[in-house]
Design a protein around this ligand. Structure first.
Ligand SMILES: NC(=O)c1ccc[n+]([C@@H]2O[C@H](COP(=O)([O-])OP(=O)(O)OC[C@H]3O[C@@H](n4cnc5c(N)ncnc54)[C@H](OP(=O)(O)O)[C@@H]3O)[C@@H](O)[C@H]2O)c1
Length: 279
C-alpha cells in the first residue's frame, strides 16, 4: 500500500474506503469486505450514524486494529469547548477503540476554534494520532493555521475530475496540509464525465475502467482518495490502481478537464451554507 506522510510524521494510506450512507449490517459487511479486499483506511463521521457499525466491522475483520487507519469527523453542532471533546470520546466508544488515527472538523461552521483547541488537547493526550479538517477552503484554512498551534494534518475536500481544487492544492502544499479527496467518483453524479472520450481513450490504452483513470489521476497527483462502493467487485476495481502509471501528457489532459465546479457543495457558497444551517 502506498502511504502519505503527514506533517507530524504519521503514515496514512493513500487510498481508503468511504462509508457515507452505508449503515447497519450492510456497513459491517462492507467494512469487512473492504479490509479483505486490501483497504487499510476507513473513513466515517459522527454524522454518518455508522461509527458503531464501522467499529464492529473492524473488530470482526480478522486484521489487527493497529493496521487500520481510522478516520472520523466531529459534527458542527458539537463544536463548543468541551462538547467537541465529549463527542470524540463518544466516537471512540462507538468505534470500540482507545485511540483514533485521524479526527477532523467536518465543516467549518460554528465555533471551529473551540473545537480545534479540544482536538489539539486530545492530540496532546495521544487519544488521536493526527487532527485535520474537512471542507476548508483556502482562506478558512490559512486563518485556522495562523491563529492556532497545530497545523491540520489533512484537509478532506470534494475533489474529482471536474472539481480538482487546484488553487486550494497550492495553499495546502505551502502549509504542508495533505489533500484527501472525498467523492472522488463524483458520488455517482459524474456519469457524463466517465463517458468523456479522453477518459475512455486512456482507460482503453491501459485496459482499465474510466473510474480507475479518475482515481489513478488523483493518487498520482499525490492526493489521497476514499471511494465508496457497496459492491465487492467495484471495491476491488477501485483499489486496483497501482499496477500502471499515467503518462505526463495524459496527466496534463486530465488536469484540463477541471471545471472548478463542486457537485456536493462548498462552504463558501451562501445558498449551500444557508441550507446546511438546517442540518
Ligand atoms: N467530508 C465530507 O464532507 C464528505 C462528503 C462526502 C463524502 N465523504 C467521504 O468520501 C467518501 C466517498 O465519497 P462519496 O461516497 O460521496 O462518493 P464516491 O465515492 O465519489 O461515489 C460513490 C458512488 O459511486 C459508485 N461507484 C463506486 N465505485 C464504482 C465503480 N467502480 N463503478 C461504478 N460505480 C461506482 C457507488 O455505487 P455502488 O455503491 O453501487 O458501487 C456510489 O454510488 C464517502 O463515502 C465519505 O466517506 C466526505
Amino acid at each position: 500500500m502506498e502511504m502519505v506522510t503527514l506533517n507530524n510524521g504519521i503514515q496514512m494510506p493513500i487510498i481508503g474506503y468511504g462509508t457515507y450512507k452505508v449503515v447497519g449490517q450492510q456497513c459491517v459487511d462492507c467494512v469487512k469486505e473492504a479490509i479483505s479486499a486490501g483497504y487499510r483506511m476507513i473513513d466515517t463521521a459522527q454524522a454518518y450514524g455508522n461509527e458503531l457499525d464501522v467499529g464492529r466491522g473492524i473488530k470482526e475483520c480478522g486484521v489487527a486494529r493497529e493496521e487500520i487507519f481510522v478516520i472520523t469527523k466531529v459534527w458542527f453542532r458539537s463544536h463548543e469547548s468541551g462538547q467537541c471533546r465529549d463527542s470524540i470520546l463518544q466516537s471512540m466508544k462507538h468505534l470500540g477503540m482507545d485511540y483514533i488515527d485521524l479526527v477532523m472538523i467536518h465543516w467549518p461552521f460554528g465555533n471551529t476554534y473551540a473545537a480545534w483547541r479540544d482536538l489539539e488537547k486530545l492530540y496532546a493526550e495521544k487519544k488521536v494520532r493526527a487532527i485535520g479538517v474537512s471542507n476548508y477552503m483556502a482562506s478558512q484554512l490559512i486563518d485556522l493555521i495562523e491563529f492556532n498551534d497545530i497545523v491540520p494534518a489533512v484537509n478532506q475536500v470534494e475533489t474529482n475530475l471536474v472539481c480538482q481544487q487546484l488553487p486550494l492544492q497550492k495553499v495546502m502544499a505551502q502549509y504542508k496540509v495533505a489533500h484527501q479527496a472525498y467523492s472522488p467518483l463524483g458520488q455517482g453524479r459524474l456519469n457524463a464525465m466517465f463517458g468523456d472520450p479522453l477518459v475512455l481513450a486512456i482507460a482503453d490504452k491501459y485496459r482499465i475502467t474510466a473510474r480507475q483513470v479518475a482515481l489513478r489521476y488523483l493518487i498520482q497527483s499525490g492526493i489521497s482518495v476514499i471511494p465508496r462502493s457497496v459492491d465487492p467487485r467495484r471495491m476491488r476495481e477501485n483499489l486496483d490502481i497501482f499496477s500502471f502509471k499515467l503518462a505526463q501528457d495524459e496527466m496534463m489532459e486530465l488536469k484540463a478537464l477541471d471545471k472548478e465546479t463542486p457537485l456536493i457543495g462548498s462552504s463558501q457558497d451562501p445558498d449551500f451554507v444557508a441550507s446546511a444551517m438546517t442540518w
